[in-house]
Ligand binder design. Structure first.
Ligand code: AMP
Ligand code: MG
Length: 434
């Protein structure tokens, strides 16, 4: 079995001391496999879960040819002609077809049946004319010219065909998929088990809610943002609290986390001042690469595995480690750029969806360091039908309010040098997704 560190060091464009954001994401995704384990759940419980096996349609949907409109069901060949210059056609009304109550007879030459949306097309019918364009004179129905064969009809199986996959494995089940499952009369589906993620914060300066803030201390916020981000992704979160900057306490925490989780997320302790201390420990307990990612914020990050190293997703075989930086904005940015896609892959989503990104006009000038990707926090708005973005203000990696105010990341690409007011920038949409 090849080790993770070997795999990484043999990869193209791998420079742990200046790793391109996109490359770091690819390397992580290449190493990960979905967790193993399914469970059967009722259709409503399947919302937001990842489908583990294709849903095969047991029936045609719709199960019969039916009308798409309220109107008159008839035989197209009975009409005087299809083009607008042909005359009107006079047909005899012989009955009604309701949704759920079919017209039992056959529509013969010169006959028509009043039909409702969803009603089975009576035998012989191949055209429905909407009622609004027709006239009724006693038993006679007058149909204007200009109709087409098959118009306003829905064919059996035009939505889903019996025996064919209706929803492929790997899809996240949204309301549309939940509805499709119900439309097939299926009450239970097989979904992937949730990804289990253990997290803890490191730092002697961290103070927990409920305790008074002592001098030089900060309340631990990262555990809460991480909990929120992971919960939104549908993970089972194991919150292990704050772990002191102490080798024995950290080692115990890592061992416990690796024993019960698919992934471990830590915050703090990977910056230059502390790297050696944690590095030693992480190296001792597993296979961990220490990266300096060419990005701002979020430069230092540790990635690898703690515990046994087979990356097969089997339970008890260790856990993936994401050692995130301590600064609150850096935590969120690195989470969204690296951990989010990784969790989605572990969860079995196929393909792993990126954030939607699109160009917008930046209304303020921005400074940009060369040779790194920057993730500024932005607010989108529309002006004269065009999408525009402005930065949220102070962009320090400790200013969590910049994330709270933002609805998108303004992504300043690796090679980009600066942004002038009015320049086009790429934005990654967060609204509704995070
Ligand atoms: P570190 O990466 O451990 O050097 O931490 C960098 C900065 O982030 C320091 O100012 C820390 O106080 C702050 N920080 C680290 N962990 C947390 C946390 N869990 N909550 C809030 N701030 C933190
Ligand atoms: Mg620290």
């Amino acid at each position: 079995m090849t080790s993770i560190l070997q795999t990484l060091s043999c990869a193209d464009n791998y420079d742990p001391n200046s790793l391109h954001v996109d490359r770091a994401r690819e390397l992580i995704l290449d190493l990960l496999n979905p967790v193993v384990g399914h469970e059967r759940v009722f259709v409503r419980q399947a919302l937001d879960r990842v489908l583990a096996e294709d849903v095969i349609s047991p029936i045609d949907v719709p199960s019969h040819d039916n009308s798409a409109m309220d109107g008159w069901a008839l035989r197209f060949d009975d009409l005087a002609g299809s083009d607008e210059t042909a005359g009107e056609t006079r047909l005899t009304n012989i009955g009604t077809a309701f949704a759920g109550r079919a017209f039992e007879g056959k529509v013969g030459a010169g006959e028509t049946v009043r039909i409702m949306t969803g009603a089975i097309l009576p035998q012989g019918v191949d055209c429905v004319v909407i009622q609004e364009v027709t006239r009724v004179e006693g038993d006679a129905v007058i149909i204007p010219p200009g109709q087409r064969r098959d118009q306003n009809t829905r064919r059996a199986g035009e939505d889903l065909q019996a025996g064919r996959p209706a929803i492929p494995a790997g899809k996240k089940l949204r309301p549309a998929e939940i509805g499709i499952i119900a439309s097939l009369g299926i009450g239970e589906v097989s979904v992937r088990r949730r990804v289990r993620v253990a997290l803890f914060s490191t730092g002697d300066e961290l103070c927990s809610i409920g305790a008074p803030l002592t001098e030089g201390a900060v309340y631990d916020s990262n555990r809460y943002t991480l909990w929120g981000m992971l919960t939104r992704l549908g993970c089972d979160v194991i919150d292990m609290g704050v772990v002191r900057d102490d080798p024995a306490a950290l080692e115990a925490a890592f061992r416990e986390a690796a024993g019960c989780a698919d992934a471990i997320i830590t915050s703090g302790g990977v910056s230059v001042g502390e790297a050696d201390f944690i590095k030693q420990l992480m190296t001792q307990l597993g296979e961990v690469a220490f990266w300096k990612i060419a990005m701002k914020p979020g430069r230092p990050m540790a990635f690898g595995r703690i515990g046994k190293t087979q990356p097969d997703g089997a339970e008890g075989s260790g856990a993936w480690l994401f050692g995130l930086p301590g600064n609150p904005v850096a935590v969120m940015v690195t989470f969204y750029q690296f951990v989010r896609p990784a969790i989605l892959k572990l969860a079995g989503l196929d393909p792993v969806p990126p954030f939607p990104a699109f160009p917008a006009r930046c209304v303020e000038a921005m400074k940009k360091g060369r040779g790194r990707t920057e993730f500024q926090r932005g607010i989108l708005f529309q002006e004269n039908g065009e999408w525009c973005v402005r930065p949220t203000g102070a962009q320090g990696s400790g200013v969590l309010r910049s994330m709270a105010d933002a609805d998108c990341f303004i992504v300043l690409e690796h090679e980009r040098e600066k942004v002038g007011a009015g320049d086009t920038v790429m934005v990654q949409l967060m609204n509704g997704l995070v």
